[in-house]
Design a protein around this ligand. Structure first.
Ligand SMILES: [Cu+2]
Length: 242
């Protein structure tokens, strides 16, 4: 691919489709741009003033010149159409379509940190064994996740470059989206919406693990979460409120 060396690694099912769009747009914009630059400079040199000869002055308003402007529109409009059709297709897959989930996570943005709530052993959110982590999102490879994105204060943007995923977080709304990690590894998550003075200090990490390693992590962490929950709920009221 054309832009491979400029883009980060890919680690989701739809990342390659988005990269392909980048390539198509780059190619279809570069082509008319190169032709236009070539003609522009070659005409400047060809029709420049020479000894005893004035530079040609062409207004471009006569029909025999105008038609070259109209003709150039056809390939450009065709390229636009190709870009629009391909972009709408990818947009539909990534943003409009919501495939069946295998697991889900809650993503909560605030000035200036991310809170991720992972389901525990029961694979259900909103129960006592939920695993809450700050600035750390743990996911399992080859699992289709729904994320429920919220913001506690201002606009933020949940951006996972290796997934080619970006989604605004809007206060008062819970936005559902999806992703499916395809490669194990650890990568950046960043806020991609200026959200205040600490915006640049709002990084997080995504840890994509293999199924067995992830299962082990969930087992350990949800037991801890459950123990913490039991401890909190069994304390006398004044201690629990502290
Ligand atoms: Cu932010």
């Amino acid at each position: 691919m054309i832009l491979d060396s400029l883009l980060p690694a890919t680690a989701s099912t739809y990342a390659a489709d988005i990269d392909q769009l980048f390539d198509v747009i780059t190619l279809l914009v570069m082509l008319p741009f190169s032709v236009a630059c070539y003609l522009f400079f070659s005409f400047i040199f060809r029709f420049r003033a020479k000894d005893g000869e004035k530079a040609m002055y062409i207004t471009g308003t006569e029909h025999r010149y105008m038609k070259w402007i109209h003709r150039a529109h056809y390939p450009v409009l065709t390229f636009d159409l190709i870009i629009v059709v391909m972009a709408v297709n990818v947009w539909y897959d990534v943003k409009q379509d919501l495939p069946e989930k295998e697991s889900e996570v809650r993503v909560i943005a605030q000035q200036w940190a991310w809170t991720f709530v992972h389901p525990g052993l029961d694979n259900t959110l909103g129960t006592a064994d939920d695993i809450t982590k700050v600035n750390e999102l743990h996911v399992s490879k080859d699992t289709l996740y729904h994320f429920k994105l919220e913001s506690l204060d201002v606009l933020h943007n949940f951006s996972v470059p290796v997934f080619r995923l970006k989604q605004d977080a809007i206060p008062g709304r819970v936005i559902t989206g999806w992703f499916e990690p395809t490669v194990t590894g650890e990568h950046d998550i960043q806020c991609a919406e200026i959200c205040g003075i600490g915006h640049g200090l709002m990084p997080a990490r995504i840890k994509i693990k293999g199924a067995a390693e992830y299962a082990k992590w969930v087992e350990r962490e949800s037991a801890l979460a459950l123990a913490r929950h039991m401890e909190e709920t069994s304390q006398p009221l004044e201690i629990a409120q502290r």
